[in-house]
Ligand binder design. Structure first.
Ligand SMILES: C[C@@](CO)(OP(=O)(O)O)[C@H](O)COP(=O)(O)OP(=O)(O)OC[C@H]1O[C@@H](n2ccc(N)nc2=O)[C@H](O)[C@@H]1O
Ligand SMILES: Nc1ncnc2c1ncn2[C@@H]1O[C@H](COP(=O)(O)OP(=O)(O)O)[C@@H](O)[C@H]1O
Length: 272
């Protein structure tokens, strides 16, 4: 069985406060984008896990695909599988690639072994893997609160047929570190009100609180955002805890193939 774990970006990200459990309450809009890893699993005599494509900066046993298998193995007597993950989504980039792999592993095994897990049960397992894993069980534009697991699907017709230029400068920003650096402030305007406006009015209103932390550490991210606006982006910003930047365009900007010579980039059409 083969699945294609996709990435996501965050449209705005407000950190509202620290929780007793050590996590933070956030408000964000998770938006899926069709840049995908490839994950295959087949029944086998013994368990194996192999990867290809981008090198994963985590020990094999720490891989979220293996953690997902182990989670279900605890509750069901799953027979062995041979898994292969082909890594395409840049890591530690704010694109949720690892989280997506974990969530898609849960959905793949649920189908493969006919476990009959409901969406609620899958969401529960996904949250044990990480705060933005549950989103990939829903995998549609969602307004999210809590740790990122309290989700409400949201319509964003203003993004229909828009193009997203994703630029990853390869700067790894650790999620825990980014949260530890944050100064929590009251948002000037709530996320829901901003995204109700046309995207060309989001500039300076749709804020990712982690930009202040990331831009202070990596000034080149500010240059990437300026370049995206110069190229005609209706909106440009950082996703998650970074370092991936994205620009939203009405059409493919001239010269985008040569605008970021030393960075990973890709241009995608909104799924909506
Ligand atoms: C903040 C987001 C926005 O999408 O960043 P990105 O990972 O996408 O950049 C995600 O929710 C991240 O989710 P995820 O990457 O799964 O984080 P987790 O593994 O659950 O947590 C890693 C660490 O980040 C911190 N953390 C994470 C989520 C959260 N709501 N509050 C936190 O304080 C905690 O220190 C936690 O130990
Ligand atoms: N299957 C996986 N793919 C990518 N990263 C993984 C995977 N499993 C575990 N990881 C670890 O999780 C970290 C964060 O992964 P990822 O979700 O891609 O980050 P982000 O959400 O910031 O884009 C990676 O840096 C890596 O150490």
């Amino acid at each position: 069985m083969i699945v294609f774990p996709n990435a996501k970006i965050n449209l705005g990200l407000q950190v509202n406060g620290k929780r007793p459990d050590g996590y933070h309450d956030i408000s964000t809009i998770f938006y899926p984008l069709p840049v995908c890893d490839i994950l295959e699993a087949v029944r086998a005599e013994e368990f194996s896990f192999h990867t290809s494509g981008l090198t994963i900066d985590a020990p094999a046993l720490g891989n979220l695909c293996i953690k997902a298998y182990q989670l279900l193995q605890q509750d069901f007597s799953l027979s062995a599988v041979a898994m292969h993950l082909h890594k395409v989504i840049p890591m530690g980039a704010g694109l949720g690639g690892g989280s997506s792999d974990g969530a898609f592993t849960l959905m793949l095994l649920n189908r493969m072994f006919n476990l009959g897990l409901t969406r609620e049960q899958l969401l529960g397992y996904a949250l044990q893997l990480g705060s933005d894993c549950p989103f990939f069980i829903m995998n549609e534009p969602c307004f999210a609160g809590g740790r990122g697991e309290v989700m409400e699907p949201i319509q964003l017709p203003s993004l229909k047929n828009k193009l997203f230029l994703i630029v990853n400068p390869g700067l790894h920003i650790n999620t825990a570190w980014a949260f530890s650096q944050l100064k929590i402030r009251e948002p000037k305007i709530h996320l829901r009100e901003v995204v109700a406006l046309p995207p060309d009015q989001w500039r300076d209103l749709l804020v990712n609180d982690f930009e202040e932390v990331a831009f202070e550490k990596h000034a080149e991210l500010i240059d990437i955002r300026s370049t995206l606006y110069r190229m005609g982006a209706v909106f440009a910003g950082m996703t998650g805890t970074g370092s991936t930047m994205f620009g939203i365009f009405d059409s493919a900007p001239a010269g985008y193939r040569t605008a970021f010579p030393s960075h990973y980039f890709t241009i995608l059409q909104s799924n909506d």
